[in-house]
Design a protein around this ligand. Structure first.
Ligand code: PLP
Length: 305
């Protein structure tokens, strides 16, 4: 890994205790603090991808994402620091007032807009295939950075936790989109904790998808709770906003409304429903995504204007 990225790294990421119940120990693993630009699960997922790019002297990387994607934001920031050319194929229109895309273009990322229908079928779409062909031999990183190298990076969290705590926690709780981060934890050889996954979207497929990505390793440690999607991906309500505001003011831990707000809400609700046994040690993995807060606020003002 390049020294340029190591300069600002906070690893192992801090474990911050929060008081959610008298009979439980809850620690927040602040992966959101790992790096000022490449934070949360983006650091974990990009680490070995960037190593691969650097060690193979590749000078161009292409990825995919929605217009508010944390992944394209992090990749744009990393490529700017490493002076690697980067391109993102964006789902739908490119609006440069959107703070995420603004950051990406300012960082030097090339943005290519494709229709939502082309994006949906990106593996088969002739236009997208043509773009990728014309950029050969650029390194292609999938949407959300979800690949084997990403899971290798995530798997390191379990050792990091044991080194800091002296023992594995009983539970690791985290948000999910593609499920790649959760699958990375399950792929760890040293995982002993139960992994509670709280999807940010409405899906009944996430459990089998995570099992498939993790090749059924540590299958018995996986629990997916689909009760806290708040209507679907990037949807939320007043109740969630109120929860986030109160949580932030009592803990000083920021949460976004797309991923960590929902998963933390889910954890608090599960605690209030006595899901966890007395004395349980719980680590909530903060997966970052805070750049997305400004994007979501911008999206909302646009929808409401
Ligand atoms: C901040 C944040 N948290 C959680 C996730 C979900 O991660 P995964 O797609 O690996 O399940 C994402 C999306 O990548 C994200 O940006």
């Amino acid at each position: 890994m390049s020294d340029i990225l190591h300069d600002n790294l906070l690893l192992p990421s801090p474990l911050q205790p929060i008081k959610l119940a008298d009979n439980l120990s809850v620690l927040v693993k602040r992966d959101d603090l790992i790096h000022p630009v490449i934070s949360g699960n983006k650091w974990r997922k990009l680490k070995y991808n960037l190593d691969y790019i650097l060690s193979n002297a590749l000078d161009h990387v292409i990825t995919f994402g929605g217009p508010f994607s944390n992944h394209i934001h992090a990749l744009a920031g990393a490529c700017q620091l490493l002076r690697i050319r980067c391109t993102a194929i964006i789902r739908g229109e490119i609006d440069l007032h959107n703070p995420t895309l603004r950051f990406c273009t300012d960082a030097g990322m090339e943005l290519i807009s494709v229709s939502r229908s082309a994006y949906r079928l990106k593996e088969q779409d002739p236009g997208i295939k043509e773009i990728l062909k014309s950029y050969h031999p650029a390194c292609i990183i999938p949407e959300g950075g979800a690949n084997e190298l990403a899971m290798r990076g995530v798997a390191e969290i379990t050792d990091e936790l044991e080194d800091t705590l002296g023992d594995a926690p009983d539970y690791i709780v985290l948000s999910a989109g593609t499920g790649c981060t959760a699958a990375g934890l399950l792929l760890s050889d040293t995982l002993k904790s139960k992994v509670i996954v709280i999807p940010a979207l409405k899906s009944n497929h996430l459990y089998p998808e995570i099992l498939s990505m993790s090749k059924h390793k540590n299958k018995d440690l996986l629990f997916v709770n689909t009760d806290y999607h708040f209507g679907g991906y990037a949807k939320w309500n007043e109740n969630l906003v109120k929860f986030i505001t109160e949580f932030e003011s009592s803990t000083a831990i920021p949460l976004d409304q797309v991923y960590n707000g929902k998963a933390m809400y889910g954890l608090c609700d599960l605690i209030s429903r006595k899901y966890f046994e007395d004395g349980a040690r719980i680590v909530y993995l903060h997966t970052g995504g805070l750049q997305g807060k400004a994007g979501m606020e911008y999206r909302n003002t646009k929808i409401n204007s």
